[in-house]
Design a protein around this ligand. Sequence first.
Ligand code: EPU
Length: 306
Amino acid sequence: MTAQQKKRLSAIAAARFSEPMSLHTTLGVGGKAEAFVAVTSIAMLQEVLRFASEESFPYLVIGGGSNLLVRDGGLKGIVISLQGEFTAVDLVRESGGMVSLAAGSAVATATLLRRADDLGLAGFEVMAGVPGTIGGNIRMNAGTRAGSIADVVEEVTIVERSGREVTLTPRALRFEYRSVKLPPGAVIARVVCKLKRAEPGAGRATIRALLEHRRQTQPVATENCGCAFKNPGKLSAGQLIDEAGLKGIRVGGARISTLHANFIINEGTATARDIIVLMNLVRDRVREHAGITLEPEVVIVGGKGE
Ligand code: EPU
């Protein structure tokens, strides 16, 4: 990016250049983003997208960075972090015992879970313990064994690459296990969830039990990206990796969790390369052992580095 381009971008949004992506991902690895901008409104987002298109820069929106692996060579173009109006939560309508709760895409899922329960809204408990933001969760159709975000979505507002705002129904989004159909370059701006009227705090016990179960079965306090691989059909990728005898194996600073084998932990010194080499090794060993090829769930982006 030239000095002139940096100046233009900085006039649109608060921008940092050569920003380490290890600071913005829960795995704590990855190279630098050429530009990293804090975008606080839809109007500002539209201006950043216009700039990207005029100057032919690629862009990537990050949510909680909890399912993202940035390679060591870093990211060309612009990383967009949504803040400000993208963190609002509002009740939009209520009828026949159903309540529509709108959340900006940068709202942390854990925050929305608490807000919904405090407001006496049920249905969101299936998301207990899921890291990241609502926008990121939509992008991944994130969830648990109890269900996924798709179960409660009423509509999703996106901003297309052209800057046009469009509201989509779950039908148009064609949710599937850990996937959704979005136009290329679309940015998720706002999500409306359809929840049931209940007593405030009624979901607290369920949420607590789900979080406790997660603490016992997953390495929640470590640097990780949630499950590294998708579950193949009804089988558990974690169980397959475990049965292939891979718990605890290590490449550089990256290790397969001894608690849940579908978690890769950065023990402090891992590089993106360590994690990718470990993932490839896991995929190959599971294929030899069980005849199943695991697909990554974590989104891998960026250049390879040296
Ligand atoms: N298992 C093992 N060894 C392991 C891990 C699991 O034998 O190392 C066995 C368990 O004992 C259990 C079965 O595999 O019998 C399933 O395990 P678990 O209940 O932990 O569920 P999972 O299929 O491994 C899924 C989601 C998780 C989500 C949990 C709990 C995927 C890829 N994984 O894991 O989601 O937290 O259910 O709801 O969909 C994520 O998507 O990032 C994620 C962590």
